[in-house]
Design a protein around this ligand. Structure first.
Ligand code: PMV
Length: 352
């Protein structure tokens, strides 16, 4: 009996122009385009194994070893159904292929970092799930085509199908056929760029991105301004900063967009707070570091960004990794009180 099984991994991505708001909640179509940096595979990733077998009585999923429910018409269900549909199309064209689309699947997914801690676990999770099913089903799909399906699991997941610098074009089609991820530049384009992750808290976040976005879209006037008058220009400026490897422009845009995302969360009724006092202290430290450096004519050193949680991601260049790492550790010694977890360095070794 042949074994039909495949394993794939996908890394986390951290947006520098944030996605916040859906114009279609079922298809997960965003109210604005977004742009992110995919982190390297070694540190924050999901690894997913999918297996199809005629003896399986239903589709099943385990997340970090614990069974997870596949709710009818839910997001997992939709992604699995869409992947089976693509496999069926292949089988219809080539009758010699095994009828995997008619088998149930068992899927096991592991994260090597805390789930739902504002570290974009759903992004890497759905990207790895779709990638493992694409391998299992031997689909000839491109990453952009797969991003259309990963998007329906979790919006930001569509960007984890690519490494490097990735845009999620919001698209305009009502069926979502043009709301997909494209690579702006590969990782090799700017290897000098590193990300420090400061795990302020690994607790599960209070307001999920799904309910938070729904509330923001329904109540925030600032979101409308952001969608219409801020993001389109920022997307173009950020792509240019990346193409030019212009760290000053990259840093300014990244911090401004993080600030506006959290302003929009605050502008929601009732308001949503994702950052805490430690998050804000880290911002103050980076602002001061940059001020001194800019005044000395040396430009920006670091750029902070925060997703839907209190953890900081700090982008720095290679030459500044050690300095910024040591500075953060000096102000937030480890292990200590609120700033409790290890500060992790991505794209490089932890300095001594
Ligand atoms: O894809 P979701 O539902 O996990 O939403 C992600 C939203 C942010 O992380 C806050 C921003 C982004 O673009 O990743």
């Amino acid at each position: 009996m042949p074994v039909y099984q495949a394993t794939a991994t996908a890394p986390v991505n951290i947006a520098v122009i944030k996605y916040w708001g859906k114009r279609d909640t079922k298809l997960i179509l965003p109210t604005n385009s977004s742009l992110s940096v995919t982190l390297d595979q070694d540190h924050l990733r999901s690894t997913t194994t999918s297996r199809a077998d005629p003896s399986f009585t239903s589709d099943k999923l385990w997340l970090n070893g614990t069974p997870d429910e596949i709710k009818p018409e839910g997001r997992l269900y939709t992604c699995i159904k869409e992947m089976k549909r693509l496999r069926k199309e292949l089988e219809d064209k080539d009758s010699s292929l095994p009828k995997l689309s008619s088998y149930n699947v068992h899927i096991a997914s592991y994260n090597n970092f805390p789930t739902a801690a504002g570290l974009a676990s759903s992004a890497s999770g759905f990207a790895a799930l779709v990638s493992s099913l694409a391998l299992l089903y031997q689909l000839p799909a491109t990453p952009s085509e797969l991003s259309l399906i990963a998007r329906q699991g979790s919006g930001s997941a569509c960007r984890s199908l690519f490494g490097g610098f990735v845009a999620w074009e919001m698209g305009s089609s009502p069926n979502g056929s043009d709301s997909l991820a494209v690579q702006v530049a590969p990782e090799s384009h700017w290897p000098d760029l590193h990300a420090l992750i400061c795990v302020v808290s690994s607790a599960k976040k209070g307001t999920s991105s799904t309910s938070g976005m729904q509330r923001t879209v329904a109540t925030s006037p600032l979101l409308q301004h952001r969608i219409n008058h801020v993001v389109p220009e920022r997307m173009a400026a950020m792509s240019k900063a990346i193409q030019d490897k212009d760290f000053d422009a990259f840093a300014l845009l990244t911090m401004a967009d993080s600030n506006q995302f959290h302003a929009v969360a605050l502008d929601t009724e009732p308001p949503i707070f994702y950052m805490n006092d430690v998050s804000r202290s880290i911002i103050a430290l980076i602002v001061e570091l940059n001020r001194v450096s800019v005044e000395a004519g040396q430009g920006y050193v670091a750029a902070y960004t925060y997703d839907a949680g209190p953890n900081a991601v700090i982008y720095v260049r290679e030459k500044d990794v050690k300095r910024v790492f040591q500075l953060v550790l000096a102000y937030f010694p480890q292990p200590a009180g609120e700033f409790k977890d290890v500060l992790k360095v991505f794209g490089g070794d932890v300095p001594d």
